[in-house]
Design a protein around this ligand. Structure first.
Ligand SMILES: [Zn+2]
Ligand SMILES: [Zn+2]
Length: 350
């Protein structure tokens, strides 16, 4: 029997997306098939787009399909608990469900797959008309969560988990370092969690255009200013309680260190491409700064993230620059990597 065909935006080489016909994957036990309705374009896709391949042997093969922030309508429920026509979103974070971390409800730290095993990174994702994946990772979408909003659940869950990891308390002051979509969403949630002052430290003026229009931040700082530490401390009367690193660079981490008060916390969300970065360790020691890593979220938090949107606590579609067809994906990557383009977030509708 021949597979049905579908249109997919495949990674054909470095900085090259091609839309072409590929076979719809087989639906095996434990899997479901959906017709993809929306898929968010993520900053981490950009790294693969530049390299021209995904992670690991399976994704290095030809015709790799990225896309891990998506939703769709069930077309083939197989042995899963869903019905044809139901709207679902997938948690791209694969997990074994059996190790000590999974059993403790910390699936994002799964011993098998921690930080390495995401749909659209190690296996085909959803920049295509159809997607086939494990139904254990699928979640029903309430009608109050639009397709485009569902395309932003993934960055929102990262922000949600980070804000919870920060243990923020009423009236604390928060600095977000990095003005990308994760930084924006983190700032909005920090405000909702009780921060009295949320500021942005950025290095590009152009990329903060949308942030300024939306007015989530109370203040803006130039991360390249030689006297940035002085500016941070003057604006907060002694330093921020919490700094959030949402870039993944030594420069951004050093900015956080300059920003926090003694006893403050630095939450690290950014994925650094370099395996090691220099760090002024003794300053963190002498000032008892807590360094807290944060990745993805727990399975329960993923469901709560859907609910945040469903309950109207946050509308992530405010941050969307443009919704594009599959053919627009190449254009989206070009705009996202252009330092002179204020684009913040793209969503593709196959
Ligand atoms: Zn993502
Ligand atoms: Zn596990």
């Amino acid at each position: 029997m021949f597979n049905q065909m579908m249109r997919a935006a495949v990674l054909a080489g470095p900085e090259r997306i091609e839309v072409k016909q590929v076979p719809v994957p087989d639906v095996g036990p434990g899997m479901i098939e959906i017709a993809v309705k929306a898929c968010g374009v993520c900053g981490s896709d950009v790294h693969m787009w530049k390299a021209g391949h995904g992670w690991g042997p399976m994704a290095q093969a030809k015709d790799f399909i990225m896309g891990h922030e998506f939703c769709g309508v069930v077309t083939h429920p197989c042995d899963g608990p869903f019905e044809v026509g139901e709207r679902v979103t997938f948690w791209a974070n694969l997990y074994c469900g059996e190790c000590d971390m999974c059993r403790a409800g910390q699936e994002q730290l799964c011993r098998e797959v921690n930080g390495q095993n995401y749909m659209g990174f190690v296996c085909d994702g959803a920049y295509a008309e159809r997607f086939v994946g494990p139904w254990r990772n699928a979640y029903r979408l309430p009608d109050t969560v639009s397709d485009v909003a569902a395309g932003l659940i993934d960055p929102l869950m990262v922000a949600y988990h980070a804000v919870r990891r920060s243990g923020i308390r009423l009236h604390e002051r928060v600095l977000v370092v990095g003005g990308g979509i994760i930084g924006q969403l983190t700032a909005e949630l920090a405000k909702k969690a009780g921060a009295s002052f949320v500021a942005l430290s950025k290095v590009s003026e152009i990329k903060t255009q949308r942030a300024r229009e939306l007015g989530v931040f109370d203040a803006y700082f130039d991360g390249n200013a030689p006297d940035r530490a002085k500016q941070f401390h003057e604006a907060t009367d002694g330093g921020f309680d919490i700094a959030i690193e949402a870039v993944g660079s030594g420069h951004a981490l050093a900015t956080c260190l300059d920003a926090v008060r003694p006893g403050g916390k630095i939450i690290m969300i950014g994925n650094s491409i370099a395996p090691e970065i220099p760090f002024a360790m003794n300053r963190a020691v002498l000032q008892e700064i807590s360094l807290i890593g944060s990745v993805s979220c727990t399975r329960v938090e993923f469901e709560e993230t859907i609910d945040l949107i469903a309950k109207g606590m946050i509308d992530p579609t405010r941050y969307v620059t443009e919704v594009l067809p599959l053919e627009g994906l190449q254009h989206a990557f070009e705009r996202q990597t252009d330092p002179n383009d204020p684009a913040l977030k793209f969503v593709v509708k196959p």
